[in-house]
Write a protein that binds this ligand. Structure first.
Ligand code: HEM
Length: 159
C-alpha cells in the first residue's frame, strides 16, 4: 500500500476528527448557552449550531464516506466484518441524522426565531432541546462504534 493509501487514510482520519469533534462540542456549547436562560444567547447559539453542524459535520461526513469508500475499494475487502458493519453503521447513522436530528434542529431554529416576539423561552423549546441532545448522543455513540471497528478491525462480532 503506497502513498495514495496513506493520503486517503490521513484525510479520512482528519474528517473523522472534524465530524465527531463538532458533534460533541456543538452539543456542549448549545446546551450551555440554553442554561444561561438568555433569549438572545440561546437563539444565536441555535442558529450557529445548525451552521456548524452543516459546515463541519456535514463536510466531515462527505469526506469520511468518500475517502473511506475509495480506500476500501482500492485496498480492502468489503466482505470483512469490520468494514461491512462499519459501512452499514455509517449509513444508519446518516439516516438518523438526516431523518430525525436535522428536522428537530430546524424546528428548534424556527422556535428560536420567535423568541423576541414571545419574550421568553417556551417550555416546549427545552423539551425539544433535550430530544436534540439525545439524538446527538446516539449519533456520537454510533460514530464511536465505527471508530472502534476501524481501529480494532475485528473479524467477528465482539459481543
Ligand atoms: C464515523 C465514521 C468513521 C470513523 C470515526 C472512522 C475512523 C477511522 C480511523 C480512525 C481509521 C484509521 C484506522 C487505522 O489506521 O488502524 C479508519 C480507517 C479506515 N476507514 Fe474509517 N471511519 C469512519 C467511517 C468509514 C466508512 C464509512 C468507511 C467505508 C466506506 C471507512 C473505511 C475505512 C478504511 C478502508 C480504512 C483504512 C483501514 C486501514 O488503514 O487499516 N471508514 N477509519
Amino acid at each position: 500500500m503506497g502513498s495514495t493509501y496513506l493520503l486517503l487514510k490521513i484525510t479520512h482520519i482528519f474528517a473523522a476528527t472534524l465530524f465527531l469533534g463538532n458533534l460533541v462540542v456543538t452539543g456542549y456549547w448549545k446546551a450551555a448557552a440554553l442554561r444561561t436562560g438568555d433569549l438572545r444567547v440561546a437563539a444565536t447559539s441555535q442558529r450557529l449550531a445548525r451552521r456548524a453542524d452543516a459546515l463541519f459535520s456535514g463536510l466531515g461526513a462527505l469526506i469520511l464516506s468518500g475517502t473511506g469508500a475509495v480506500n476500501a475499494t482500492l485496498h480492502f475487502d468489503y466482505h470483512g466484518f469490520w468494514l461491512f458493519h462499519g459501512g452499514l453503521a455509517f449509513l444508519g447513522m446518516i439516516f438518523l441524522w438526516c431523518a430525525l436530528l436535522i428536522p428537530v434542529e430546524r424546528k428548534l431554529s424556527r422556535m428560536a426565531a420567535a423568541f423576541p416576539v414571545e419574550g421568553e423561552i417556551p417550555a416546549d423549546y427545552f423539551r425539544w432541546s433535550r430530544v436534540s441532545s439525545g439524538l446527538r448522543a446516539i449519533v456520537v455513540f454510533m460514530a464511536l462504534c465505527m471508530l472502534y471497528l476501524m481501529v480494532y478491525k475485528p473479524h467477528a462480532s465482539p459481543l
